[in-house]
Ligand binder design. Structure first.
Ligand SMILES: [Mg+2]
Length: 156
């Protein structure tokens, strides 16, 4: 398997990113770039609420791109008192939930299914601010031109 490319371009400090960055360096195959290049990027890392301890990780083509890496990352976040959660555009079907929990070998992780709705608005409606998102498809998080995208260097 060739390494995954993570996009991160945020000028403010983000403690959640430091844990991801350490996991990427430990992994040795994956890397971080700060240039926006849709053709090169496997996962977008977007800083959001500076006070939230929640890291929202997408499932399809994010966790599934390297399950072992994300299992270690989930452990690392928990060790540092962050709460990793799964947030997916899938619907709330039992099969989806079983598949996700099976793959993560973990019934404890909270899984949010937005059924195609933009993830950020969906989570805020649930009363949950997210500290950082990891997702292969940033348009699933929020609309184009919103402050969170601009703040993370995505300007179109
Ligand atoms: Mg995805």
């Amino acid at each position: 398997m060739s390494g995954l490319v993570f996009y991160y371009n945020n000028r403010l400090p983000c403690a959640a990113f430091r844990i991801l960055d350490a996991a990427i360096k430990l992994n040795g195959e994956h890397r971080v770039i700060s240039e926006f290049n849709e053709f090169a990027i496997d996962a977008y890392v977007l800083a959001d609420s500076p006070t939230s301890r929640i890291v929202a990780i997408d499932f399809d083509n994010t966790i599934t791109a390297d399950v072992d890496f994300y299992l270690d990352l989930i452990d690392a976040y928990r060790c540092h008192n962050w709460e990793p959660i799964v947030c997916t555009l899938r619907d709330n079907d039992d099969e989806n939930l079983v598949e996700i929990h099976d793959k993560l070998q973990d019934a404890g992780i909270r899984v949010y299914t937005t059924d195609g709705k933009k993830k950020r608005a969906f989570m805020l409606h649930e009363g949950i601010s997210v500290g950082m998102w990891i997702d292969d498809y940033f348009p699933g998080i929020t609309q184009f031109g919103t402050p969170i995208l601009l703040r993370n260097g995505i300007e179109y």
